[in-house]
Design a protein around this ligand. Structure first.
Ligand code: GCB
Length: 646
C-alpha cells in the first residue's frame, strides 16, 4: 500500500542518516545522575593566580601544578563558574592576557576509590580558551577552545594515593591566534617612546568582551567500568506514529545486554527494545512543537538505556536517561518546516553575558532570560557567536524555544585564518559541537560562522569543505552561515540551506538616515533571493540605544531611534515573509560588554533589554509584534490564542 511504502522510505532514510551522525567515535553525554551514576559538582570557590611573569610562562617553568598553588605564590578566591575578569578591582586582571591558574581540592566518597569497577570522570563544561588539567600534579588532559566541554578519566590516578584529597589544577589561557576560533592576534608594541618595555595587546575581530576563565560547571561523575558512552537519536513521524531511530554505543566491554525503554511524560512505557540500535515506534505520538506553535510545546519523552555486562571479576549495570523530542525539520526554497508546518523565526540573538560573572553560567540569569523571551513572544534564538551552555539548550528543549546553534567561527577576517590549520580546527570544533548537541530537539540548524571575510578567494574552498563536512556529520539538520550585507561575501552561500543576513542600514551605513531602510532592505532581500533562491533569515538588525536617552525627531543612540529602525525593518519583513523571508532575529536581546573603543559606551547598547534585563522602549514594540506574528503564523487553536500580555 502507499502508506506502507511511505513508511519503508521513512525507515530507510532514518537508517541512512543515523549512520552519518555516528561518524564520531566517542560520546559527550551530558552528565546525569542515575541509579548507577553519581555526580559531584565542584562549583564554588577555587584558589586562583594569574601568571603575570613577563613571558606568562612561570607557572609551567616552575611547575605550579606539582604542589598547592598557595605554596608557589599569592592566591585569591575565584568563583567557578564565572569569568575572572570582573571579579576583582584590578584592571590588570580584567584585561589580562595569558595563563591563569585555578585549583581545588576535593574529597570523594571512599567507594569511588575502593571499587575498581567504577570510572571517575572529571568534566569541565567549558573554559576559555586553552586549558591544561592536572590531578595531583599529573597532567590528565588539555583542550583547545572555549564554549565546549572536555573530560578525562581520573579514577586510576586517584587510586594511586587513596589517602590524600584529590587536587585539581586547571591552567587556562585566553590568548587567541589566527588559528583559534574566534581568531585574534597578539601585537607587541616595541616603540620605547610610546610603550613600556615588553608591552603587548591582543587584537580581536569580534564585538564582545573576550571573557575568560572557567565558564561552566566543573564536576566529577562516576560510571561503571562498562558504560553507555553515547546515544544518538534521529526522529521522524508519519500520521500519528512517531519513529525514534537510535544507536547506543557501549564502552568497556565487547558485549553487553541492553534494554531501551521510551517513556512518556507520565512515566508510561510507550516503546522498548533489547537491541543496541533500532527504531522505536510510538503510536499516538506527541510531537515536539515550538513555543507558540502548539498548545503543548516542548513535549519530551525519556529514553532510558539500561546496560548489563559481566567480566571475570564482576557484573556491571549502567543506566542513562536521555530526553527525546520527536520532530522533523525540512527546508524548501521558500520555507522552513517543523513537523511539516511552516515555521517563522520571531526571535532574538543573545550573548552569554552579564554583570560581574561575565560569561559564567548563572541559573537566575538563565531563568530570567527565558521568562523575558516568553514575555516577548520570542519562539527562537541564535547562539551568537558560540555554543551556549548545555543547561540552556535543555531549557530550550523543555520550553520549545527553537535554536540556531552557532560555532565560535566569528571574526574570521584575516586571509591567514583560511589556512589549513584553521580549517582543521574549525572541522574539529564542528565535530565537538555536533557530538554535544545532536540530540536536542530544539536545535534545528547549525551555523558554521558569522560574517567571515567570505569575499576572499580561499573562502570558497574553506566553506565548501566546512559545510559539506557538517552536512555529512548530521544530514538531519540544515546548515547556514551568517553573512553581512556585502553581496561580495557570498562564497559560502552556494552550500548552505538557508541564507542568514545581518544588516545595519541607517547605522553603520548612512548613519542617521532612517529613510534609506526600506529601499536598502528591499534590495538586500531581492538580491540574495534572486541569486540563490534559498529562504532568508534576517539574522541581525538593530541600533544602539542608551537607555533613558530620548529625542524626537529621533536621533541615533536614543530609544526613539531604536524604535524607528525596528518599525522600518518590520514593514519590509511583513512584505517579504509572505514570500521567502522565514525569520527575523533582533540584535540584541540585551546590552552586552565589548572591548573598549570609540564606538562603544561601556559595551554594545543594541539590546532591547539593558544588561540588567530591564526593557527599553523597543522591547514593547517587539513584544506587540511577536505576539501578533504568533497569533497569525503559530497555528494555535483559537481557544489558546494569547492576548498581548501574559
Ligand atoms: C554584527 C556582529 C555582532 C555585532 C553587531 C554590532 O554584525 O555580528 O557581533 O555586535 O554587528 O552591533 O555591531
Amino acid at each position: 500500500s502507499l502508506r506502507g511504502e511511505a513508511l519503508m522510505l521513512r525507515l530507510l532514510w532514518l537508517f541512512a542518516v543515523l549512520d552519518a551522525v555516528l561518524l564520531l567515535d566517542t560520546g559527550m553525554l551530558f552528565p546525569r545522575e542515575s541509579s548507577s551514576r553519581e555526580l559531584k559538582e565542584l562549583s564554588g570557590l577555587w584558589v586562583f593566580r594569574a601568571d603575570k611573569s613577563p613571558n606568562r610562562n612561570q607557572g609551567f617553568e616552575r611547575a605550579w601544578y606539582k604542589s598547592r598553588l598557595a605554596e608557589t605564590g599569592p592566591v585569591i578566591d575565584m568563583p567557578v563558574p564565572a569569568s575572572y575578569n570582573d571579579i576583582t578591582q584590578d584592571s590588570t586582571l580584567r584585561d589580562f592576557i595569558g595563563w591563569v591558574w585555578y585549583e581545588r581540592e576535593v574529597v570523594v566518597p571512599a567507594r569511588w576509590i575502593t571499587d575498581e569497577g567504577t570510572r571517575v570522570v572529571l568534566r569541565v563544561g567549558s573554559a576559555h580558551y586553552n586549558s591544561v588539567v592536572w590531578v595531583n600534579g599529573e597532567k590528565v588532559t588539555e583542550h583547545a577552545g572555549g564554549h565546549l566541554p572536555f573530560e578525562a578519566e581520573i579514577g586510576s590516578l586517584m587510586r594511586k594515593d587513596p589517602t590524600r584529597p584529590c587536587r585539581i589544577t586547571i591552567a587556562v589561557n585566553n590568548t587567541l591566534t589566527l588559528e583559534t576560533l574566534p581568531p585574534g592576534t597578539i601585537q607587541h608594541m616595541n616603540d620605547p617612546i610610546k610603550y613600556p618595555d615588553g608591552y603587548f595587546v591582543q587584537n580581536i575581530y569580534f564585538d564582545f568582551f573576550n571573557y575568560a576563565g572557567i565558564h561552566r560547571p566543573v564536576l566529577l561523575y562516576t560510571t561503571p567500568k562498562v558504560y553507555v558512552d553515547d546515544i544518538t537519536v534521529v526522529t521522524d513521524f508519519l500520521d500519528n506514529t512517531g519513529f525514534v531511530r537510535y544507536q547506543v554505543s557501549v564502552k568497556g566491554a565487547a558485549t553487553a545486554t541492553l534494554k531501551v525503554t521510551l517513556m512518556d511524560k507520565d512515566g508510561h512505557c510507550v516503546a522498548s527494545s533489547n537491541e543496541a540500535s533500532g527504531v522505536l515506534k510510538v503510536v499516538d505520538v506527541k510531537l515536539w512543537w515550538p513555543y507558540l506553535m502548539h498548545e503543548n510545546p516542548g513535549y519530551l519523552y525519556s529514553m532510558e538505556v539500561h546496560l548489563m555486562a559481566a567480566d571475570e571479576r564482576s557484573t556491571y549495570e549502567d543506566v542513562y536517561a536521555l530526553p527525546v523530542g520527536i520532530r522533523t525539520v525540512k527546508v524548501t526554497n521558500t520555507q522552513f518546516l517543523i513537523n511539516n508546518k511552516p515555521f517563522y523565526f520571531h526571535g532574538v540573538n543573545k550573548h552569554e553575558d552579564s554583570d560581574i560573572r561575565g560569561k559564567g553560567l548563572d541559573w537566575p540569569l538563565i531563568v530570567k532570560d527565558f521568562n523575558l523571551m516568553k514575555w516577548l513572544g520570542a519562539n527562537s534564538f541564535r547562539t551568537s557567536h558560540y555554543p551556549y551552555a548545555e543547561e540552556i539548550l535543555q531549557m530550550c528543549d523543555r520550553h520549545g524555544i527553537v535554536v540556531i546553534d552557532e560555532c565560535p567561527g566569528v571574526g574570521i577576517k584575516d586571509i591567514r585564518s583560511f589556512g589549513n590549520a584553521s580549517l582543521a580546527h574549525h572541522l574539529d570544533v564542528m565535530d565537538e559541537l555536533v557530538r554535544r548537541d545532536k540530540n536536542h530537539p530544539s536545535v534545528v540548524m547549525w551555523s558554521v560562522a558569522n560574517e567571515p571575510a567570505a569575499e576572499m578567494q580561499p573562502a570558497a574552498l574553506y566553506f565548501k569543505t566546512l559545510i559539506t563536512h557538517t552536512k555529512a556529520l548530521d544530514p538531519t539538520r540544515p546548515v547556514t552561515f551568517i553573512t553581512d550585507s556585502n553581496y561580495a561575501r557570498d562564497k559560502g552561500a552556494p552550500y548552505v540551506d538557508v541564507i542568514c543576513v545581518n544588516s545595519y542600514f541607517s547605522w553603520y551605513h548612512d548613519p542617521g538616515h532612517l529613510e534609506v531602510i526600506p529601499i536598502q532592505l528591499n534590495a538586500q532581500f531581492e538580491n540574495w533571493y534572486g541569486k540563490y533562491q534559498k529562504p532568508i533569515i534576517q539574522s541581525e538588525y538593530g541600533a544602539d540605544a542608551v537607555p533613558g536617552l530620548h529625542s524626537d525627531p529621533p536621533m541615533m543612540f536614543t530609544e526613539e531611534y531604536q524604535n524607528a529602525v525596528l518599525r522600518s525593518y518590520h514593514d519590509i519583513f511583513d512584505q517579504k515573509r509572505k514570500q521567502y523571508v522565514i525569520g527575523e532575529l533582533i540584535w540584541n536581546f540585551a546590552d552586552f560588554m565589548t572591548a573598549q573603543g570609540i564606538t562603544r559606551v561601556v559595551g554594545n547598547k543594541k539590546g532591547i533589554f539593558t544588561r540588567q534585563r530591564q526593557p527599553k522602549a523597543g522591547a514593547f514594540i517587539l513584544k506587540e509584534r511577536y505576539w501578533r506574528l504568533a497569533n497569525e503564523t503559530g497555528r494555535l487553536p483559537p481557544w489558546t490564542k494569547y492576548p498581548c500580555s501574559l
